[in-house]
Design a protein around this ligand. Structure first.
Ligand code: HEM
Ligand SMILES: *[C@@H]1O[C@H](CO)[C@@H](O)[C@H](O)[C@H]1NC(C)=O
Length: 497
């Protein structure tokens, strides 16, 4: 009796152990199969069980972290995160091959859990296929037309610049952090086009929204998102910072939703005042294609807001920093402004062609600050070959823009801030390797608008002010990664000229 009882207990314990062992083996093997490299997949480090290559990736400096891997494996590196498969591509030739020559094969956005769970596939940035095509075509033509005869984009920007220069004037040469003013000003240009209105720099509700936007960006680049991407089903249910992120986006969405409702009440179908009006008109058309609906209106509007604010404003913050650190370059820009525009009128976009030096400085700021170092991820739409490797359908493509913007074969002094990169005999010189907006069919939708904003804002600021480090402060060019490569927060002095 005793014996048989012992035996039973022993047997139970053993079978439990065997069962656990069997389970563990099964999970490991299943995980191995899941993470197995396809034949001819680009080379890369062996993925660890469950974590894949997560530990080969430093979230805080993702643009630098794969450096060792690139040195070891070459210009195309294959990586695996859980069941997500990715390929990193470096250098002008290969990036062009993927984004332009084979652009059609790399056209989609991946379904990344942390992004999908926030936005699904609505809007401009995260949509694919027919819906993306229609949303993008509509947004491009609407932005081009704005403001629909009445007020041009250039005028809207110039109007905002008056507010911005006045606000900076109020600082009276004392050190200030330009972040929120510039962010608000740049955001107002998008707001003017999409909502038909700007927001006052003292509007606390709008300030709060900009803060949420900034926080959302930082969250997207945090370790939490990476963990979320690997265990989405689990993480969705746990309390954690991404719950805040969901709440923040809900807040942003309800803000835009209210503005849309207001438009529905008081719009005049004969005259579209802004992007939302134009979109509502499109929705009302008899033969409106299926992708013009409320969800896409909301998300496309938010996408313009999100994609168009921090990118441009971060670039401008880098520009001021470079001017303060390179006073002789700032002096040459001012000399050009004085001779072409003078002090009595605002810069206009027509001035750009007569201002090669200023134009070169802006390009060089964009090159060296590389605000989106790893582009926005793409996904292969079909099985593809790249540089002789097999890249299966459904693989994420990360085009390393830094590797192009710092390509030793393309730039004389890639690591030095040098406007001469864009000058030849005193004339502005275009460079093929200048691709901060990416390239091909899915390149930045706001490039024209961003280039106009950068020129008008930058030129107007340097026309009115001289930017300098506060007394006894050494400004730093160190960067800090959120979803964008930002300058570290800094204070600066703006002296009226
Ligand atoms: C200096 C400023 C800017 C930079 C450096 C920049 C850069 C980029 C890059 C690298 C992409 C990814 C393209 C790709 O996947 O190949 C992108 C996409 C996008 N950008 Fe910009 N951008 C800037 C300003 C703007 C502005 C002002 C707007 C708003 C009008 C905007 C709207 C968008 C949109 C909607 C997309 C998604 C396009 C798509 O998926 O089809 N961007 N941008
Ligand atoms: C991107 O390119 C830069 C410059 O060549 C390099 O240092 C970095 O390691 C690359 N990053 C990735 C993720 O491939």
């Amino acid at each position: 009796m005793m014996l048989s009882h012992c035996f039973a207990v022993f047997w139970e314990a053993l079978s439990l152990k065997v069962l656990l062992l069997f389970l563990a083996t099964f999970i490991l093997v299943a995980d191995y199969m899941r993470q197995r490299r396809p034949k001819d997949f680009p080379p890369g480090p062996v993925p660890l069980p469950f974590l894949g290559n997560l530990l080969h990736f430093d979230i805080r400096k993702p643009h630098l972290s794969v450096q060792k891997l690139t040195e070891k494996y070459g210009n195309v590196v294959g990586l695996q995160f859980g069941n997500i498969r990715g390929v990193f591509v470096n250098g002008l030739q290969l990036v062009k091959e993927a984004l332009i020559h084979q652009g059609e094969n790399f056209l989609d956005r991946p379904k990344i859990p942390i992004i999908y769970d926030h936005f699904q596939t609505f809007g401009l940035v995260n949509s694919n296929g027919m819906s993306w095509k229609q949303q993008r075509r509509f947004a491009l033509s609407t932005l081009r037309n704005f403001g629909l005869g009445k007020k041009s984009l250039e005028e809207r920007i110039q109007e905002e610049i008056k507010f911005l220069t006045d606000a900076i004037e109020e600082e009276k040469g004392q050190p200030f952090d330009p972040h929120y003013l510039i962010n608000n000003a740049v955001s107002n240009v998008i707001c003017s086009i999409t909502f038909g209105d700007r927001f006052d720099y003292h509007d606390s509700q709008f300030q709060n929204l900009l803060r949420l936007l900034n926080e959302a960006g930082r969250m997207q680049a945090s370790i939490w998102s990476q963990v979320y991407n690997i265990f989405p089903a689990l993480m969705k249910r746990l309390p954690g910072p991404y719950q805040t992120s969901f709440k923040n986006w809900e807040h942003l969405k309800s803000f835009v939703r209210k503005i849309i409702e207001k438009h529905q009440e008081d719009q005049n179908p004969q005259e579209a005042r802004d992007f939302i009006d134009a979109y509502l008109n499109e929705m009302a058309k008899e033969d409106a294609s299926s992708s013009f609906h409320k969800e896409n209106l909301l998300q496309s509007t938010l996408d313009l807001f999100f994609a168009g604010t921090e990118t441009t404003s971060t670039t401008l913050r880098w520009a001021l920093l470079y001017m303060a650190i390179y006073p002789e370059i700032q002096g040459r820009v001012q000399a050009e402004i004085d001779s072409v525009i003078g002090q009595s009128r605002q810069p206009g976009i027509a001035d750009r062609d007569s201002m090669p030096y200023t134009n070169a400085v802006i390009h060089e700021v964009q090159r060296i600050s590389t605000v989106l170092p790893l582009n926005v991820p793409r996904l292969t739409t079909v099985d593809t070959r790249l540089a002789g490797f097999h890249v299966p359908k459904g693989t994420i493509l990360i085009a390393n823009l830094t590797s192009v913007l710092f390509d030793k074969d393309e730039w004389e002094t890639p690591n030095v801030f040098n406007p001469d990169h864009f000058l030849e005999n005193g004339q502005f010189k275009k460079k093929e390797a200048f691709i901060p907006f990416s390239a091909g069919k899915r390149a930045c939708l706001g490039e024209q608008m961003a280039r106009m904003e950068l020129f008008l804002f930058f030129t107007a600021l340097i026309q009115k002010f001289t930017f300098q480090a506060p007394k006894d402060v050494k400004l730093s060019l160190d960067s800090q990664m959120s979803h964008l490569l930002n300058p570290k927060p800094y204070h600066i002095c703006a002296f009226s000229r």
